[in-house]
Design a protein around this ligand. Structure first.
Ligand SMILES: Cc1cc2nc3c(=O)[nH]c(=O)nc-3n(C[C@H](O)[C@H](O)[C@H](O)COP(=O)(O)OP(=O)(O)OC[C@H]3O[C@@H](n4cnc5c(N)ncnc54)[C@H](O)[C@@H]3O)c2cc1C
Length: 603
């Protein structure tokens, strides 16, 4: 039995019944309490931010410091990040952090059929698989792998190329925001590093605290021996090559955006004496409410044509509450790539067909949920023999960024020097006492996780029902386009080549790599693995890492007023790197746009 995920036993059923009973008593108490309630308080805030994730935390801090005398309500469905027994803070426990039930939304993708690229008449079925998303202060930045990556400048320039008004998202503007949010503590940075990095932001970034040890540095030597150039800064002038990652860490601990930005925002509390309509003075501060699940947007019913957002409805401690924005205020959705679209759709903004099928009145027809773009990845574990993995530092230590071969061949030197790499290999040590999914036996080794940084396939999500607590249906459509599948196969072949090089060849037996039952279904015939078997391996082991005209260039939702979306769902093209830093950057830029628009309203 897998001890990490105990199956529901008879005893558990009893316990679940007891839980249900307590919940029932709690509900009864709330209902009794409601019977005596005479008033429903009307809460007013200048800004209501939905979600205290990467973007929400940055926005709260930047707005409270950027506009005088405002108050902000942050509604977060999860709880504070301190309720995790330290697992969130410790980099070496990140693999546990996103499996913490209480801190995860528990999403599961829809089953997917992938058309074979080797034999187009064949379809390979990928069963549903978990799709973790943080539900806690800091959102996914509290449970992620902490890699600090920005992606290629080209991706941002493509975004800006959509029209002159999109210039505000070109690389120069984005670089300014990346630097503003970053606090990099690299020892002895050279002049180039100083030019491209920030040293005064609140998102702390550092090199691996413990350094890397022999077996892992062997990966760098092996990659170099194949002609892959060394890169000492994946966020420097070029991204391609092999090197060590920088992490969103401070003093060897996770620096989530809650740690960096939200907690700083909460320090600012003032009583504003000239409070106008607020009879008793107004507390100028960020008010964060935990376990507050936003249900939908409240619209101004007297102004139906314009879809003016005036507040939100949310569920907290057994009660449905309402919060409103003061004149000139805004509702800002920062719920992440799954939840912001869901909230919009529950509020009547989305595709007509899906809304009507779920009995939701359409206020504004928009392609919400249609451009769900994510980085698919495939995990390639290799068992070490003898056991040489003795510690687990930051987890993912080494990166190899390369251009993949579109015909699925092993990439060559030309591909390694291409400065627009589309694949990222994340190399991380593992011990099975840490990652039980890999094996029930005591084994150790390394994982090479190939991530498709520039995918061609695009997914979508749709409502399953009008129940705000129901999961939306998530269709990732990974490897929908055959070039994605070929590029992934090409990268996995490279992983295998790397393991064949000394000094790794003395530790890992490639004939055992990813082939036994513990590791997957890849079958080998001696040294040869057919493309068909590679393809099957990719589809069966694919996992997530995580546009279409819903918001304008200032991130305002089309066809509405006082409503923006600021989070990972707004990228028209997914950045070619992990997207925590990119989302923080977007939030920082958005704060400047919001401040600008707010100030204009006073002129
Ligand atoms: C397992 C994992 C590993 C990752 N590894 C990396 C990495 O190493 N490097 C990297 O750069 N990126 C990584 N990422 C991605 C990155 O962390 C996310 O893309 C980024 O944090 C997204 O920010 P966001 O603001 O869009 O959403 P989130 O940070 O997810 O924030 C959304 C917040 O809104 C809250 N919310 C949602 N709906 C509601 C509602 N109805 N009411 C109230 N609150 C609500 C959520 O609880 C959450 O706190 C990883 C992600 C995951 C899941």
């Amino acid at each position: 039995m897998n001890q990490e995920y105990p199956i529901v036993t008879e005893k558990n059923q009893e316990e679940l019944k007891k839980d249900a009973k307590i919940r029932e008593l709690w509900m009864k108490n709330i209902c009794d309490h409601d019977k005596h309630a005479k008033f429903k308080t009307k809460e007013f805030y200048d800004f209501i931010i939905v979600g205290a994730g990467t973007a929400g935390c940055v926005l709260a801090r930047e707005l409270i410091h950027g506009i005088p005398n405002i108050n902000i309500l942050v509604l977060e469905a999860g709880g504070p990040d301190v309720h995790s027994n330290g697992l969130i803070n410790l980099p070496c426990t990140w693999f546990k952090a996103f499996q913490l039930n209480d801190h995860d939304w528990g999403y599961v993708t829809q089953e997917q059929k992938v058309q074979s690229c080797v034999n187009p008449a064949k379809e390979i079925v990928r069963n549903r698989f978990p799709y973790p998303r943080g539900k806690v202060w800091g959102g996914s930045s509290s449970v992620n792998a902490m890699l600090y990556m920005r992606g290629l400048a080209k991706g941002y320039n493509d975004w800006a190329a959509q029209g002159s008004e999109y210039n505000i998202w070109d690389w120069d503007h984005c670089l300014e925001a990346f630097k503003a949010t970053e606090n990099n503590s690299r020892e002895k940075p050279d002049e180039k590093f100083k030019q491209l990095h920030g040293f005064n932001g609140l998102l702390h970034v550092q090199d691996s605290h413990n350094g890397i040890y022999d077996v892992m540095s062997g990966v760098i030597d092996a990659a170099k021996s194949l002609g892959i150039p060394y890169n000492e800064d994946f966020n420097g002038e070029r991204q391609n090559g092999v090197g060590t990652y920088q992490f969103t860490n401070q003093g060897g601990r996770r620096c989530s955006l809650a740690e960096g930005y939200l907690k700083d925002a909460l320090k600012k509390v003032e009583l504003h004496s000239d409070s106008g309509p607020y009879e008793f003075g107004k507390v100028v501060a960020v008010d964060i409410r935990s376990y507050a699940h936003v249900l939908d947007i409240i619209w101004d019913e007297e102004n139906k044509k314009e879809n003016v957002a005036i507040g939100v409805r949310y569920f907290c401690t057994g009660t449905v509450r309402e919060a409103f924005i003061a004149p000139k205020g805004e509702v800002i959705l920062c719920g992440g790539a799954i939840n912001s679209p869901q909230i919009l759709m529950l509020s009547g903004i989305g595709p007509k067909e899906n809304l009507e099928a779920n009995n939701i009145k359409v206020r504004q027809e928009l392609p919400v949920g249609k451009n769900l773009w994510d980085h698919p990845s495939c995990l390639f574990p290799a068992k070490a023999n003898p056991d040489v993995i003795h510690h687990w530092s930051c987890g993912s230590e080494i990166g190899i960024l390369h251009k993949a071969n579109v015909e699925g061949k092993i990439p060559c030197e030309e591909d390694f020097f291409d400065e627009n790499p589309d694949i990222q290999i994340i190399v991380t040590p593992f011990r099975s006492d840490f990652i039980k999914e890999l094996s029930n036996h005591e084994i150790s080794g390394i994982i090479l996780l190939s991530v498709l940084n520039i995918p061609s396939s695009v997914g979508y999500l749709e409502l399953n029902s009008d129940n705000p607590f129901d999961q939306p249906r998530i269709h990732l459509n990974y490897f929908d386009k055959s070039d994605d599948l070929y590029r992934m196969i090409s990268s996995l072949k490279l992983c295998r080549e790397i393991l064949k090089q000394p000094p790794l060849s003395t530790v890992y037996n490639v004939k055992e790599v990813g082939i036994n039952d513990e590791f997957g279904q890849l079958s080998t015939n001696g040294d040869d693995i057919s493309d068909e078997d590679w393809e099957k391996f990719v589809v069966e082991r694919m996992s997530p890492e995580s546009k279409d005209g819903v918001v304008n260039h200032r991130l305002q939702v089309y066809g509405t007023k006082n409503l923006r979306v600021v989070d990972a769902s707004i990228f028209p093209y997914i950045p070619s790197g992990n997207i925590n830093a990119a989302t923080a950057m977007v939030a920082w830029r958005a704060s400047r746009l919001i401040i600008e628009d707010y100030m204009k309203k006073f002129k």
